[in-house]
Write a protein that binds this ligand. Structure first.
Ligand code: PLZ
Length: 449
């Protein structure tokens, strides 16, 4: 059942039932007795068909997608080049295990990521299944390569939900349940300009000094294997570090033999208007973790980095049954081709402009909009009770999100204080659907702010 979204999208016709509709509600009753509540569901409207920036649900409603399955379907949820390659691969073989019987697509993904990631040094790439698995392996590589043990992560960081990555992730509820967590993880202050006590102007300098002091006084430089940082923080609330901070941390790492890992799982793959967000900071990471947008919706992640670090782990030391699955690799080749051919980095910048213009209007109209921030198709609004106190307004954030969800617009929240509305539309969303979704966000502000 495939419906052309353009035909269905007549005024007043995007939604044909309440959201979620009766069929979705029936499925959701089954979910509750089959799936644990820990696997939360934001909007129980069950997906039937994807149409670029829209998701058609089982009741025939067309939801405007401002989430992309958390920054995954950048090229859309059934990009033609991805579908064609996946189909073809399915006809040939589904799996061999690359370390048992290799295949070309894995090598080609590795070659392409070496080209696309920042820096022209010699690189290697290992492929995995999830973002968390890539992060785990990046840390392992850094520890083996340096012979050191400690890792420094930042406030508001999100790196995953496995045991080691839970330790790296900053926020407890809902992510960090079921410790004890891995040791030798230290937390540095993030250069978060909006909430820096002495003001945004001091932020980069003071945060950098605090970072150096933490590593020298509490970690010990000789123990420090790696620093891991999201060049734009994702779940933490799309915090864009104060200009210069990321670059200085990376340079300090280089001078001190510490591996600098950029976690670009959310910010990479054209999302922020360039292939990787590190590029805006003029930073060349030693290792980059990549996931989400990489394979057009199929599970694939990567660690790409300096050859001498990546090759430190002995043969057999990096792997996993499914890592670099051939169908996922073909999907990645299709997604990469789409991003290149359709210039989705430029598209991300165009999406930014459309979103930013609307968000500026909200900022002018409502005192509760504390900050508009982000880059490319990764934009956020931090909501506060008022601009003087900057007290986080989680209630208003939840109300606006609820309003959008009820109107069939899938909007995510984020942030340590649950007060950030974040917008991650597929890069292929049309201007019209983007505008229609933003109109509903505007309606939500008018009603609740
Ligand atoms: N690093 C920067 O954003 C995943 C998680 C959603 P996985 N972020 C979305 C949720 O509630 O679990 C993420 C990320 C960054 C690592 C990860 C982890 O990637 O593919 O979810 O393991």
């Amino acid at each position: 059942m495939s419906v052309n979204a353009e035909d269905v999208l007549k005024p007043g016709g995007r939604l044909v039932t309440q959201v979620p509709g009766p069929k979705s509600l029936e499925l959701d009753a089954r979910r509750k007795s089959a799936v644990p509540r820990g696997v939360g569901v934001l909007l129980p409207a069950y997906a039937e068909v994807g149409h670029d920036g829209l998701i058609e649900d089982v009741d025939g409603n067309l939801l405007i997608d401002f989430a992309s399955g958390v920054a995954v379907t950048a090229v859309g949820s059934r990009a033609p080049r991805v579908v064609a390659r996946v189909r073809d691969q399915l006809e040939r073989f589904t799996h061999t295990a690359f370390f048992v019987t290799p295949y070309e697509s894995y090598v080609q993904v590795a070659e392409e990521l070496a080209e696309l990631t920042p820096g022209d040094h010699e690189k290697r790439t290992a492929l995995f299944n999830s973002g968390a698995e890539a992060v785990e392996n990046a840390i392992k590589i850094a520890r083996v390569a340096t012979g050191r043990r400690s890792v420094i992560a930042f406030d508001h960081a999100f790196h995953g939900r496995t045991n080691l990555t839970m330790a790296l992730t900053a926020k407890t509820t809902p992510y960090k349940t079921g410790g004890p967590f891995a040791g030798d993880i230290f937390r540095a202050q993030m250069a978060y300009p909006y909430r820096w006590a002495t003001g945004a102007d001091q932020c980069a300098d003071e945060a950098f000094s605090a970072f150096v002091s933490l590593v020298s006084k509490q970690v010990g430089v000789d123990n420090a294997a790696a620093v891991i940082l999201e060049p734009i923080q994702g779940e933490g609330g799309f915090i864009v570090p104060a200009p210069g901070f990321v670059k200085r941390v990376a340079a300090w790492c280089r001078e001190n033999g510490v591996v600098f890992i950029a976690d670009e799982i959310q910010s990479g793959m054209c999302r922020t208007g360039d292939w990787f967000a590190s590029e805006f900071e003029d930073t060349v990471p030693d290792l980059v973790t990549i996931g989400k947008g990489l394979a057009g919706g199929l599970p694939l992640s990567a660690v790409t980095g300096r050859a001498e670090l990546m090759d430190a782990v002995a043969p057999g030391g990096l792997g996993g049954t499914y890592g670099g699955n051939p169908i996922a690799c073909e999907a990645a080749l299709g997604a990469l081709e789409t991003m290149r051919e359709d210039d989705l980095c430029s598209r991300a910048r165009a999406v930014e402009k459309i979103m930013r213009d609307r968000f500026r209007e909200f900022e002018a109209a409502y005192d509760q909009v504390g900050e508009v921030r982000g880059r490319g198709a990764m934009m956020a609004l931090e909501l506060v009770k008022d601009r003087d106190t900057k007290t986080p307004d989680a209630e208003l954030t939840a109300k606006i999100q609820r309003h959008c969800l009820d109107a069939g617009v899938v909007v995510l929240t984020a942030g340590t204080f649950d007060n950030v509305l974040r917008f991650l539309p597929p890069l292929v969303i049309s201007d019209d659907h983007l505008a229609e979704g933003l109109d509903i966000v505007a309606e939500a502000f008018a009603k609740h702010a």
